[in-house]
Design a protein around this ligand. Structure first.
Ligand code: XMP
Length: 317
């Protein structure tokens, strides 16, 4: 019978035999899958594993610093790379969702390849691929899949010529979480909602600027902290805020305002393939709306997305 402990023992032994004294490089996203995969590989081969965590400037508020800190506490040998400006430059003026995704994927690969080149004699590429990714290879999830989806783009970056090691490719998400807990990975990583690889770039409709990212980070932070403080976070599969490319009229004191609109989204799901909007309590939504409008400059209206998937998607882009 499957238990996380027997899985861990068997996998660590297998990884040791397979990798020997070679070096492995791996990209971390802050998500559950890559974190658990890295921890398993690290348990097998220690600091022969180098992890790369890229700040693409599209993460949640404080996320890069906090997650990097968690990784270091977990003992992982991790390099944090601040590439915010590189991503913003590549995104400048792009409005089409797929064009934004492609630009982000391309820059990620460039940054990762640069880092991989700094490690001498690396032979393996670690990936957090899980079983559903294997059977549904069209699904694009996280940096690892960003890499996969670029497989056929001719002129492969050097790191893609590495052999791949994917210790989680037989597991489902709930098993990955169980293994992660058994490995002692902190709950702030294990219990985390899924977050798309392109990050806030696909929650800012239209073109991306550093200023819009900052605005959305503040809104998202209030909403996510609110969910946590009201005991709602764990009842939700995924939640976030969307910055709309429109302005609406409001009133503040004696003055009319003409400012941005944000949408809040919270869905329940088991695998992201279908999803239902969550009936968050009205008084909670009211609190969030007040807090966001009072505290975030440039936002004067908050709406709640009551669409389910299908026919809507979870993300707006
Ligand atoms: P949709 O919007 O298609 O999203 O209902 C389903 C799940 O996939 C995530 N998602 C992405 N994840 N790269 C990712 O890594 C992407 O380009 C991407 N687009 C959507 C989404 O957050 C949800 O969990």
């Amino acid at each position: 019978d499957w238990t996380s402990d027997t899985f861990i023992d068997a996998t660590v032994a297998e990884l040791k035999a397979k990798i020997g004294s070679d070096k492995v490089v791996m990209g971390l996203s802050g998500g559950v899958d890559s974190s658990v995969a890295a921890t398993l590989i690290h348990r097998a081969i220690g600091d022969q594993l180098t992890c790369v965590f890229v700040d693409n400037g599209l993460l949640r508020k404080n996320e890069f610093e906090e997650v990097l800190d968690s990784y270091q506490h977990m003992g992982l040998n991790v390099i944090g790379v601040d590439s915010k400006q590189r991503f913003y430059d590549a995104l400048a003026g792009l409005t089409d969702p797929e064009a934004k995704r492609k630009a982000i994927g391309r820059v990620f690969i460039e940054v990762f390849d640069d880092e991989a080149h700094k490690i001498e004699g690396v032979k393996w590429l670690g990936q957090g691929t899980i079983y559903p990714d294997v059977i549904e290879s069209v699904s694009v999830k996280g940096p690892s899949a960003t890499i996969k989806s670029h497989h056929n783009v001719g002129g492969l970056p050097d790191f893609m010529k590495l052999s791949v090691v994917e210790p989680l490719n037989t597991l489902f998400k709930d098993e990955v979480r169980e293994v992660g807990r058994a490995l002692g990975i902190p709950e702030n990583i294990i219990g985390r909602h899924p977050f798309p690889g392109p990050g806030l770039a696909i929650r800012i409709l239209g073109d991306i600027t550093a200023e819009k990212v900052k605005t959305l980070q503040e809104v998202d932070y209030i909403f996510i902290q609110g969910l946590k403080n009201h005991g709602l976070y764990d009842q939700v599969w995924q939640a976030g805020a969307i910055l709309l490319p429109i302005q609406s009229v409001g009133v503040m004191g004696d003055e009319r305002t003409y400012e941005k609109v944000v949408a809040l989204r919270a869905v329940g799901s088991v695998d992201g393939m279908t999803a239902d909007w969550i009936h968050l309590p009205y008084d909670f939504l009211g609190k969030m709306s007040n807090e966001i409008i009072n505290r975030v400059k440039g936002v004067n209206r908050v709406v709640y997305d009551i669409s389910s998937k299908p026919p809507a998607t979870i993300e707006w882009e």
